[in-house]
Design a protein around this ligand. Structure first.
Ligand code: NAP
Length: 413
């Protein structure tokens, strides 16, 4: 059995593998997990109980997950004096599918966000964030149920590439000088960041978004960009997105141009519409016409903003799951952070990690488990047994602890 971070992997676990581009899942897969910092400790405990109960109920002991803890964040730092040990990355690469809680971003020079490092080192190029409404949850809009989108956010490029030069540094000064030679005036007292967007990164992401639409019979994929201002990055993202759609999904798609030019505005039966929207307009669109959008593909920063805004629109971050997916591995994680003020208090909403688990089980093809968890969460919220964040927005709700919420979900399976 291989060993990572000096800790042997469980002997009773099998290894997920890839054959012909498809995952092959044993009945007893070893799945590495990172508990996470802050509220990660509360929500992981509650979520793991729910996952195990759902697998047991769905398969009556024929299948089970063998959990294997790997370390990142504060727990890793305390144990190994490293924020993101290589053994953790190796374990995720080895076992292909992993799940994690939120991680503190260490404050101080030279240490990058652990989440960003994890995504870049493992080339988890697509951040997938489904946003839907759960009946009964208080929301700030009149019709939260009209929003049901899956956001595909590019996960490795854009201003997240980490190429930044501090104001006053030699490098910033050199760049400013260099730009002057090309006729660009940049204030001497500027910090500078670089925004790379590549054909490869864009096409990998848009391919996944359209494939998702094909697999799930969605009707529209929207490329969201700020190409009117950033022509060679965001504008290119839009152009490469359309190119890929036409080159690789010709039989499945119609672009918005073609819809009017060739089809008189009438969508042909069974086709997926590929359109694009400018990012600022998209924030309005999602508030005013949410039901016109289903799958969104967008560069990194737009995707970050949009997914939090969408989560708020349906009632908050407590129920916002996510996945980071690449060709070689996938890591499932909640959208929110470590909310340190609630850590170890057993109060926080674990729904986001539970729903990230739902995405993980769907990714593995264990659909029965995914459905069982989703249905039990829906039922528990309808019974108005909810954590503080939902209780404060719901009339007549009973406030339960994190652990009690998990128990209620298990009882509702
Ligand atoms: P945060 O941890 O997401 O918390 C902000 C607020 O969101 C909380 O105070 C709470 O609002 C609400 N919230 C978050 N999770 C919730 C949950 N499970 N249930 C209910 N409400 C929830 O954001 P932050 O305070 O800006 O960041 C704290 C740390 O997390 C930072 O170190 C940051 O870098 C890190 N972070 C990590 C990740 C990640 O690991 N993927 C993502 C984002 C941030 P109320 O107080 O109003 O209830």
């Amino acid at each position: 059995m291989p060993t990572f971070n000096g800790i042997p992997t469980p002997e009773d676990g099998g290894r997920i593998s890839v054959q012909n581009n498809k995952l092959v899942i044993p009945d007893n897969p070893t799945i590495p997990y990172i508990e996470g910092d802050g509220i990660g400790r509360d929500i992981w405990k509650a979520s793991q109980r729910v996952f195990d109960a759902a697998v047991e109920k769905a398969y009556g002991g024929k299948r089970r997950v063998v959990w294997y803890e790997v370390f990142a964040g504060e727990k890793a730092f305390n144990k190994f004096n490293e924020w993101l040990p290589k053994g953790t990355l190796d374990a995720i690469q080895h076992f292909i599918v992993a799940i994690k809680g939120p991680l503190t971003t260490p404050v101080g020079g030279g240490i990058r966000s652990l989440n960003v490092s994890l995504r870049q080192v493992l080339d988890l190029y697509a951040c997938v964030r489904p946003v839907r409404y759960f009946n009964g949850v208080g929301a700030p809009v009149k019709h939260p149920e009209k929003l049901d989108v899956v956001i595909f956010r590019e996960n490795t490029e854009d201003v997240y590439s980490g190429i930044e030069f501090q104001e006053g540094s030699d490098r910033a000064a050199k760049l400013i000088e260099f730009l002057k030679d090309y006729g660009y005036q940049v204030n001497q007292d500027s910090g500078i960041g670089i925004k790379p967007i590549s054909i490869t990164g864009t096409k990998n992401l848009v391919r996944r978004a359209i494939q998702y639409a094909v697999d799930h019979k969605k009707k529209v994929v929207t490329l969201v960009h700020k190409g009117n201002i950033m022509k060679y990055t965001e504008g290119a993202f839009r152009d490469w997105g359309y190119q890929l759609a036409k080159a690789e999904f010709r039989d499945h798609i119609v672009t918005e141009d073609e819809l009017w030019k060739d089809h008189n505005g009438q969508m042909p039966e069974g086709k997926i519409l590929i359109n694009d929207r400018i990012a600022d307009a998209m924030f309005q669109q999602l508030l005013l016409r949410p039901d016109e959008y289903q799958v969104i593909a967008t560069p990194n920063l737009n995707g970050d903003y949009l997914s939090d805004a969408c989560a708020a629109q349906v009632g908050g971050l407590g129920l916002a799951p996510g996945a980071n997916i690449g060709d070689a591995a996938a890591v499932f994680e909640a959208t929110h952070g470590t909310a340190p003020k609630y850590a170890d208090k057993d109060v926080i909403n674990p729904g986001s990690v539970m729903l990230s688990g739902v995405m993980m089980f769907e990714h593995m093809g264990w659909q029965e488990v995914a459905d069982m968890i989703t249905n039990a969460i829906v039922k528990t919220i309808e019974q108005k047994k909810v954590t503080y964040d939902l209780e404060r927005q719901m009339e007549g709700a009973t406030k339960v602890k994190t652990s009690e919420f998990a128990t209620a979900i298990i009882e509702n399976m």
